[in-house]
Design a protein around this ligand. Structure first.
Ligand SMILES: Nc1ncnc2c1ncn2[C@@H]1O[C@H](COP(=O)(O)OP(=O)(O)O)[C@@H](O)[C@H]1O
Ligand SMILES: [Mg+2]
Length: 290
């Protein structure tokens, strides 16, 4: 695609507005201002590696928080692999831009979602942007999307320690901290620790560590198979001196849920995996709101 951020479908009264709200304004100058978004707690979901389940955890945490009665926004900042819409079964949706901003996609009455995917012509169009373009898009996602008054904004980040995390940490108000998602094995834990140290360096506290894909219950014999080892998340939390938020099992239903666009917290709320997500969410809420 070209290098214009947020080239959304536009409707509404645009009279007198010669500058598209979806076009880049000038490059930000000087120290960045905090964006205008009404939110009590911004939670960044971060990992050192791709494929460890950040997007899955983001979607399920957002739903669990919404089920808990919170007003929740879910912001997909993975410009190069925006998976959140697919995981919610809303990949066909397109955001509508008005002269004064943009409407997020409302999944339920108290869960709204924004992703670059809602602004692309189709699911196979890549985003080829340098850092400043992403920065401008993130600023627009925060300031120009009609989020309403949020209790939580859950931010799904791309893997690693790049521009997106730096920018959201600078621009979002009330960033309560980051949750680090890791799988249990040493190679993932090593990178998770690096991601945690990166985010702490830019003055965002680590709220805690989640161990995802932690043990699988064999559907045949009921025994546990520790495919990716076990305990790495808890160990990482210990090494970092931050809370351990809990483990989410490796569960084939989780893959199905992601592919079919209906999060496991909705499909199988009472399964061990559904309950594990709830426990992680409750631990998070306790830490953030206490
Ligand atoms: N606990 C889990 N059990 C089984 N599969 C999982 C689990 N968590 C994530 N997955 C699957 O792993 C893949 C990668 O997950 P994803 O959330 O996209 O990772 P990331 O956002 O970190 O790149 C997806 O297919 C997802 O459904
Ligand atoms: Mg992802």
């Amino acid at each position: 695609m070209d290098d214009k951020p947020l080239n959304a479908k536009r409707t509404g009264d645009e009279k007198g507005d010669t500058r598209s709200s979806t076009q880049p304004h000038s490059e930000p100058k000087g120290l960045p201002q905090k964006a205008k978004i009404e939110v009590k707690h911004v939670i960044l979901v971060l990992s050192g590696k791709g494929g460890v389940g950040k997007s899955t955890v983001s979607v399920n945490l957002a739903f669990a928080l919404a089920n808990h009665g919170k007003n929740v926004g879910l912001l997909d900042l993975d410009f190069h692999g925006p998976n959140i819409p697919k995981m919610l079964g809303i990949e066909g949706e397109r955001a509508v831009a008005f002269a004064n901003g943009m409407e997020p996609i409302h999944v339920t009455g108290n869960l709204a979602v924004m992703s670059i995917a809602f602004l692309l012509p189709d699911t196979s169009t890549p985003v080829i942007w340098r850092g400043p373009m992403k920065m401008r898009a993130i600023e627009q996602f925060l300031s120009e999307v009609h989020w309403g008054s949020l209790d939580y904004l859950v931010v799904d980040l791309p893997p690693g320690t790049g521009d997106e995390a730096l920018t959201i940490a600078q621009l979002a108000p009330n960033v309560k901290g980051a949750v680090i998602v890791t799988t249990p094995q040493d190679v993932a834990v090593m990178d998770a620790i690096k991601a945690a140290k990166f985010i702490e360096k830019i003055d965002v506290p680590v709220i805690g560590v989640i161990e995802n894909m932690s043990g699988m219950i064999c559907p045949h014999c009921g025994g546990t198979i520790n495919l990716f080892s076990k305990g790495g998340g808890e160990k990482a939390a210990g090494d970092l001196g931050v809370p351990y938020l809990g483990a989410i099992p490796l569960d084939p239903e989780m893959v199905k849920a992601g592919d079919e666009g209906r999060p496991i917290i909705l499909r199988h709320a009472d399964s061990p995996t559904g309950k594990a997500v709830d426990t992680v969410m409750e631990n998070l809420v306790r830490l953030v709101e206490s």
